[in-house]
Design a protein around this ligand. Sequence first.
Ligand code: HEM
Length: 196
Amino acid sequence: MNTVIERPALLSSRLKIETADLHELMHALMEQGQPFANRDNYARFVAAQYHFQRDIEHLFADPAIQAAVPDLDVRGRAAASLADLADLGFDAVPEPAASAGVAMPGALGWLYVSEGSTLGAAFLLKQAKARLGLSETFGARNLAAYPEGRAIVWRRFVGFLDRPALQEQEHDAVIAGAAAAYARFGSLLKRHFGLA
Ligand code: HEM
């Protein structure tokens, strides 16, 4: 008689599958906001990115998050976004971090959304270059690959997500954190693009 052994789904797989609709929503908002139509529209996207990255970097101070993701020093794009806004001739108005009060394990979901967005950023960077004449050193630093390369840094993050140290019961909280982070990015895009 054969026995079927059920393995728990990996957290990274659950995140990808269970937040796919929210990712689609980001595409829809980007489509509406037309960030590559001109540099002013693009600066609105960068302002949303800046505020989101401040939320993410706010989390970096938490020792529990440092333990879960031990290479935080190579992650985060708040300074890059701010420098891009300056390149484009805009000031950014900082605001309190929306992630204040977010702790592990939900914080890992926020980081998932930020780190995953570095993959899609490869496509956005191509458009920023081709349509707006920007580059990794002027205006589009926030879309640049990390120095080690997008894939390597992403795979390392997925390795942290899927470490057995994280109990399966905590996975739902990580997914809820990712949903909250997508909601935050969505509301920032709407606000900065002036969408209803
Ligand atoms: C129009 C804008 C966007 C495009 C074209 C895009 C495109 C993509 C693509 C092609 C991937 C898969 C890359 C790969 O597997 O190598 C990806 C992954 C991802 N993107 Fe986006 N993206 C966009 C916006 C965003 C935004 C605004 C966020 C969040 C703030 C985001 C979060 C993610 C996440 C979390 C993943 C990882 C999914 C996973 O493998 O678990 N994306 N994106």
